[in-house]
Write a protein that binds this ligand. Structure first.
Ligand code: MG
Length: 381
């Protein structure tokens, strides 16, 4: 069970919900980090009294330093600050809730410092899963997933004595706002439409990824890395109600599932209290007022991002880093109103075609693939 937490990405959606859980569970905070939301960061610092507060943006850090001048809280900035927050002596757990590839180096630093990693930053495992899992083995760091699907699988694997008994993992997907739409209609969807998720309230990047089903593709790769299983042993089903958060099928045909209301505070809490469970912060699920639970096969034709992700998963090596980097860049362009929704998949496909792949990449190769993919996804072709 965690006692003292460094929370990377505290002002985002997962970060704010994590602070709810930390407060409710009576845990303390060693460090908070954010990108540039100084106002919210100041309020969080005053409430949680961390030793260190870090802003990625240097102007925001200077502003925060002035605002917190009457407190003993140290203010850091940039990647250097993020790395320090990830390895602070006082913290037993590092919760990585930053969005994107920027989470990779701090996660590796936290692993080297022997922390428990409560991992909400899926891009880290997607880009460099083998490196991260190897480092965790070497340094004896525990990685506990925060992503709701992976937390569900993690919970269904508790008590599994032999991983050889697992036949497959079944990831559920809500299908997002465009489920049931034709491919052409999806391709011309607006930013506003993409940001309307039916069940979950999340940050902008992951909400767009959920609409394109790229999020499920990234989670497929995340599951492969985290549970060290080949793609053949992972399936995806569309489950519109987001009540069954994922399932594990065992060799005797038993399927275990984890159910609950769609509230990220539940998997966040489990990542922090594991292997124990404590009084829930999220509401209980009332089975009697639950909608009927439905399951459908994914539509790979209408959601090309999902096919691209599964293809990259099978290729392996740097392909998954290219997929992720290109997607981050393309989603940024879409949110800025510069490209269409359909262009996201087109640009990711282009990057996968033009960036050369490397098998068994080291950190430099991963970072180079990420940079090349962003470049390829941003250029006109
Ligand atoms: Mg998820």
């Amino acid at each position: 069970m965690s006692n003292c937490i460094s929370l990377l990405g505290s002002t985002g959606s997962i970060g704010r919900q994590s602070l709810d859980v930390i407060a409710a569970c009576g845990m303390t905070v060693a460090a908070l980090t954010a990108n540039r939301d100084v106002e919210r960061m100041e309020a969080q610092c005053r409430r949680f009294q961390p030793e260190l507060a870090v802003m990625m943006d240097s102007a925001a850090a200077a502003d925060l330093r002035l605002r917190l001048a009457d407190t003993p809280i140290r203010v850091g900035s940039g990647m250097e600050g993020l790395l320090e927050a990830a390895s602070l002596e006082r913290a037993d757990t590092v919760l990585t809730a930053v969005v994107g590839m920027v989470g990779l180096r701090p996660t590796l630093a936290a692993i080297r410092a022997g922390k428990r990693i409560a991992l909400a930053n899926k891009e880290t495992l997607v880009c460099a899963g083998e490196l991260v899992m190897e480092a965790a083995d070497t340094w004896g760091a525990e990685i506990v997933p925060v992503d709701s699907e992976h937390s569900a699988i993690f919970q269904c694997l508790q008590g599994c004595r032999d991983r050889g008994e697992v036949r497959r993992l079944i990831l559920t997907a809500s299908g997002g706002p465009f489920w049931g739409w034709e491919r052409e209609k999806i391709a011309s969807a607006t930013v506003e439409q993409a940001l309307k998720h039916p069940n979950w309230s999340m940050g902008a990047k992951i909400t767009v990824d959920s609409a394109s089903l790229m999020n499920k593709g990234l989670e497929f790769i995340e599951a492969m890395r985290l549970y060290r299983l080949p793609p053949e042993q992972i399936s995806i089903v569309i489950h519109r109600e987001s009540i069954v958060h994922s399932l594990v099928e065992y060799c005797d045909n038993a399927i275990l599932a984890q159910l609950g209301v769609p509230d990220m505070r539940l998997p966040i809490q489990y990542a922090l209290t594991w292997p124990a469970r404590t009084e829930g912060v999220a509401k209980p699920l009332d089975l009697l007022s639950c909608p009927p639970l439905t399951f459908h096969a994914p539509d790979y034709e209408a959601f090309p991002c999902l096919s691209l992700a599964l293809g990259a998963a099978r290729t392996g090596g740097t392909a998954t880093a290219v997929l992720n980097g290109a997607n981050e860049a393309a989603v940024g362009l879409f949110l800025a109103g510069k490209i269409s929704f359909g262009d996201i998949a087109r640009r990711v496909e282009h990057a996968l075609a033009v960036v050369p792949g490397v098998q068994k990449p080291d950190l430099e190769a991963v970072l180079a693939a990420d940079a090349a993919a962003r470049q390829a996804a941003s250029e006109d072709f």
